[in-house]
Ligand binder design. Structure first.
Ligand code: FUB
Length: 461
């Protein structure tokens, strides 16, 4: 996966800029630091979170580096139990999954039903040249996903599928730009009853837009439909360009909709936005995208998240983009195996598929670092173990608390192992790691790429 944002030559410029942006804050121990956007190793777009078994699985698109259009060839999955440390699960679905698709791996949505995960995505149908909606299916939230049908589920040249399953089991697929459509899905989730139906785009339902006779309402694209306390919500991208996020509510899943106003104003250096709303562990979360990473913009976007509280009447407050993001839910346990690609903030590194499954952190150079937030050491750690590989002569992992120059609680030397996927385990003693801290894995060594890191774990005193 050497095409990531901070890949080899060009990527170093991005990494240097990101370092420069961050050093102002990381140099001061104890100062809160940006956690948005969620992913720093690649550009991500079009968030679609799913809560399952105590974790949030975040399905995204992937804007290619240097893209000057919505150049997107694969989808990505991340997950978190605490909303700040996100595990990279790589790309379990791409255009190649759909033999009939030729381009545009755009905004999708994943739902769980019948023991399976169904991922609805818009892609170009090679045979017709039109946007169509396909369905990936997997028994695991992290895939791999396969084509459920071998053909589009539905095709009318419009995009941005979103699925809502009502309490009575009836599922609805919504999608559309410039129109807004729905169809009733059967319980198999890959067929439907009746035909696609247009939701009337009225000013009362979706707000009035002026100066655009062909698009008389604010509705643009990206519907996200859910139900809360008996009220149905449709949160959508409004009035391109640039887009803001608006929402409507209804007494039923098909309307009639009433426009309720702005959720997120036009902000954030991307002319599109794309929202998703979930509840997790007692909090409500609003996902969106912007152009906040170095090199970011309308075609190089990044997914971010904010926590919010509904107003007492059920309306959604105005939510602004922040660099701080959502607070951590709980802590991270360092005494169980942690994947190296579980990251609150990454500086200079990338990820790639590991030979033994999952992902590893790679492209590590002298001075790069990873922040893992809210690590609960308790009474103290005695040692640290990491699974590493190096096709050169290795380097070292400095374990620091609170900042890249924070208290050094251990240093692990990493040897050359004869290959970037030739894994070995290194262990080093640690001292002074007690209580709960942000852990910085700071990498050091000579020039060039030093080593890869697959996983790590502390041992208790
Ligand atoms: O990412 C490609 C397109 O941009 C999505 O399908 C739209 O929602 C907009 O975010």
């Amino acid at each position: 996966m050497r095409s990531a944002m901070f890949g080899r030559a060009a990527g170093r410029r991005g990494a240097a800029l990101l370092s420069a942006l961050l050093c102002l804050v990381v140099a001061v121990p104890g100062v809160a630091r940006a956690d948005n956007p969620i992913v720093q190793t690649i550009y991500t777009a079009d968030p679609a979170p799913l809560v399952h078994d105590g974790r949030v699985y975040l399905y995204t698109g992937h804007d290619e580096d240097g893209s000057t259009y919505f150049t997107m060839r694969e989808w990505r999955v991340w997950s978190s139990a605490d909303m700040v440390n996100w595990t990279d699960h790589g790309s379990p679905m791409s255009l190649a999954t759909f033999s009939w698709a030729s381009a545009d791996a755009w905004a999708g949505h994943t739902v769980y039903r019948n023991g399976r995960f169904y991922w609805y995505v818009p892609v170009v149908n090679r045979a017709t040249g039109r946007m169509a909606i396909g369905v990936g299916v997997s028994e695991s939230p992290t895939g791999p996903f396969r084509d459920a049908l071998g053909r589009p589920l539905v095709e009318n040249g419009e995009i941005d599928p979103a699925v809502f399953v009502d309490d009575n089991g009836q599922a609805y697929l919504y999608w559309g730009n410039p129109n807004l459509w729905y169809v009733r899905l059967n319980t198999d989730m890959v067929s439907f009853s009746g035909g696609p139906t247009q939701i009337p785009l009225t000013a009362a339902g979706f707000g009035a837009r002026s100066g655009n006779a062909s698009r008389p309402t604010l509705y643009e694209e990206a519907p996200w439909v859910y139900k809360r306390n008996g009220l149905y919500y449709n949160v959508f991208a409004a009035e391109c360009c640039s887009e803001f996020i608006g929402y409507s509510t209804a007494p039923g899943p098909t309307g009639p909709w009433t426009y309720r106003g702005t959720v997120m104003p036009r902000q954030g250096a991307s002319f599109t936005n794309h929202a998703a709303v979930i509840d997790f562990n007692g909090g409500s979360y609003f996902f969106y995208h912007n152009g906040a990473l170095p090199g970011g913009g309308g075609f190089t976007r990044s997914v971010a998240v904010e926590r919010f509280t509904y107003n007492s009447d059920g309306t959604i407050p105005t939510i602004n983009m922040t660099a701080t993001g959502a607070p951590q839910v709980g802590t991270l346990n360092p005494y169980v195996r942690q994947e190296a690609e579980t990251i609150a903030w990454a500086n200079g590194v990338e990820t790639e598929p590991a030979s033994g499954g999952g992902m590893n952190v790679g492209w590590i150079e002298n001075g790069d670092w990873i922040r893992v937030k809210g690590v609960a050491f308790g009474a103290g750690a005695a040692s640290f173990t990491a699974t590493v590989a190096s096709g050169t002569s290795g380097g070292r992992i400095e374990l620091r608390l609170g900042g890249t120059n924070g208290t050094l609680v251990g240093t692990c030397e990493v040897p050359g192992t004869g290959g970037w996927q030739t894994w070995t385990t290194v262990t080093c003693p640690t001292g002074g790691a007690t209580g709960t801290h942000d852990l910085y894995l700071r990498f050091g060594g000579g020039s060039g790429y030093l080593f890869n890191l697959d996983r790590w774990q502390f041992q208790q005193r």
